[in-house]
Design a protein around this ligand. Structure first.
Ligand code: PDD
Length: 303
């Protein structure tokens, strides 16, 4: 089979864009990049992913994202498609080709291509997909300055949320519900009334007593890379963080709430379920945490 022909068959004839993607060893114009129709990533969301921020042309928390990628793959018994060192070179080449100063790299690894069958055959060659896009740095800063609005939403996900799988339907439904209500994020709440995390973020609160709290790691939440690095940054600054469950009610009466993700850093929530959080503006702790995180991530980044 001629892979090149089949990949492009039926695609609109567009001028190659200035955006580049990388699929299984090839750099391709973004508009032409694609995968096989029987890729298990497409058929079953049998795939994992990472999102890595690029700030001033540098990849943030690169090692931590690669550590988590390897862990997700290990949990699903999908082999790493490429060793770390060449993968890092691909990251850099993609940043270069896309002319990115501030943006994100999206990486996805699927189990590979096979005739559709729920049971996964062994020995497939994993598919590696990388895309990159710029972010509006000014919008990001403005969001941090003003904070964001959130709603609560039932957590309807599976029992292994610690794996960064592309099976995100409950997350996308929750986020869509949030956007329809004019909110930025959906804060997910488990059957017992405890906050798990956001649809695409980890959630933190600062209690009335000034305690910084985020949910402890388990199969119930994604071990966020930003969360991880914030622990290191807070330790450097001798700030204490408590890892424990907290209820939606506790979040609603908190002094501050903030969200963390590679795409956000630490961003305050100023309204939850139509109720103001604190003084309806980003509080001092979330702002301090954002500063400490940005500083440590920059210091650790390698060109
Ligand atoms: N989301 N929890 C969930 C469910 C997430 O999807 C994410 C990240 C996080 C934060 O993890 P990190 O700090 O490693 O970005 C927590 C990415 C950004 C996304 O899906 O686009």
């Amino acid at each position: 089979m001629n892979m090149t022909k089949s990949r492009f068959h039926g695609w609109p004839q567009r001028m190659p864009s200035a955006r580049w993607a990388y699929v299984n060893g090839e750099y391709l114009p973004h508009a032409m990049a694609g995968v096989h129709v029987e890729d298990r990533g497409l058929q079953f969301a049998d795939a994992v992913y990472e999102v890595c921020a690029i700030i001033d042309q540098r990849l943030m928390d690169e090692e931590e994202h690669l550590d988590r990628l390897e862990r997700s793959l290990r949990e699903l018994e999908i082999p790493m498609p490429m060793a770390r060192a060449p993968l890092k070179l691909v990251f850099r080449e993609l940043v270069r080709r896309n002319g990115l100063r501030n943006g994100i790299i999206y990486l996805q690894v699927t189990r590979g291509i096979a005739r559709r069958d729920h049971a996964a055959p062994s020995g497939l060659r994993p598919t590696l997909i990388l895309t990159a896009r710029p972010v509006n740095a000014a919008a990001l800063v403005s969001r941090r300055q003003h904070g964001v609005i959130a709603i609560s939403h039932p957590d309807e996900r599976w029992a292994r949320c610690d794996i960064k799988s592309t099976a995100l339907l409950p997350n996308t439904l929750a986020k869509t519900a949030a956007r329809r209500q004019g909110a930025f994020e959906a804060i997910l709440v488990d059957g017992e009334g405890y906050v798990t995390e956001g649809a695409s973020t980890n959630v933190w609160i600062v209690t009335k007593e000034g305690e910084i709290v985020t949910r402890d790691l388990s199969h119930d939440i994604l071990p966020g890379v930003t969360r991880r690095v914030i622990f290191d940054a807070a330790a450097e600054a001798q700030m204490r963080i408590t890892e424990r469950k907290f209820t939606l009610e506790e979040a609603k009466s908190a002094r501050e709430i903030f969200l963390t993700a590679a795409t956000l850093g630490a961003t305050a929530v100023v309204e939850l379920d139509l109720v103001a959080v604190g003084e309806r503006r980003p509080g001092p702790i979330s702002q301090r945490i954002q500063g400490l995180y940005a500083d440590l991530a920059q210091r650790r980044s390698v060109p």
